[in-house]
Design a protein around this ligand. Sequence first.
Ligand code: SER
Length: 319
Amino acid sequence: MKMKSILVTGSLGQIGTELTPYLRSIYGDDKVVASSLHVTKNCENVTETGPFELVNVTKPEEIISVIKKYDVGTIYHLASLLSATGESNPQALWSVNMDGLNNILEAARENKCAVFFPSSIAVFGPDSPKDKTPQDAVTRPTSIYGVSKVAGELLCDYYHLKYNLDIRGLRYPGVISNAALPGGGTTDYAVHIFYDAIREGSYKCFLRKDSAIDMIYMPDVLEGAVQLMEADPEKLIHRNAFNVSAITLTPGKLAEEVKKHIPGFTISYDIDPVRQAIADSWPNSLDDTAAREEWGWNPKYGLEEMTKDMFTVLRKKLK
Ligand code: SER
């Protein structure tokens, strides 16, 4: 049987920029359709290496037309606004994150597509246990981003239960990467610090020195997403919204690691109250046992390996 195509929404974002080429390397360039609301600068590794379409996920007809044109069977739905951006425009976040997801799920139902939905540690809130937050802990977030992710997780579960759609997903912590910058998240400091360390030798951080949030490095993000989508469904007890984590981090701890590569590096703190409040409401660390047991989540990059690789790649890129 001819293999159906894969559609990636938000393909020019922080994760899509790297997930699209990764999927193309596995399934074939012409089998992975990248889509985005706009074309951005330096996006040729996505737009020129296989099919690319402009799709606004708030417009159902645009999603359906691409699904039909390319005979799409799986959607990696990455289009989303992040936590800090959401606080400055909650209505826009709701429209992209919730209407967008609803449109994707409806299109998936009509066309019998599987869906990958990235949720976030943002589903947790002040009432959740702070350390090693369990998979099935209370989810009552205080950011609009978190609210949209909890509602999104539930909507995904509903479409699975009601329509038997194959919908799977993860709760990402902060994602560290070196291709595209993250846009408007609370965890962005853990990427910006590397760029500023190389360019300026110093970094001004918008979170407190001791603000703990888990992180994962992009190669583990890519492998994990595909691993979950390829996993034997019989083994999945949760299927959706798996906690995943690799590195438990604070700005202070990351600064110490950066100093090992840039000896004179200095960090200062200029706290952004909005992002600090979001960070304070999130867990310090996650328990990802369910992901490890049910489908073999096994991240390879710890703090040292990630930092070393970030400097190797970024030193070349920023020359
Ligand atoms: N990186 C995201 C954010 O900070 C968390 O999912 O918004």
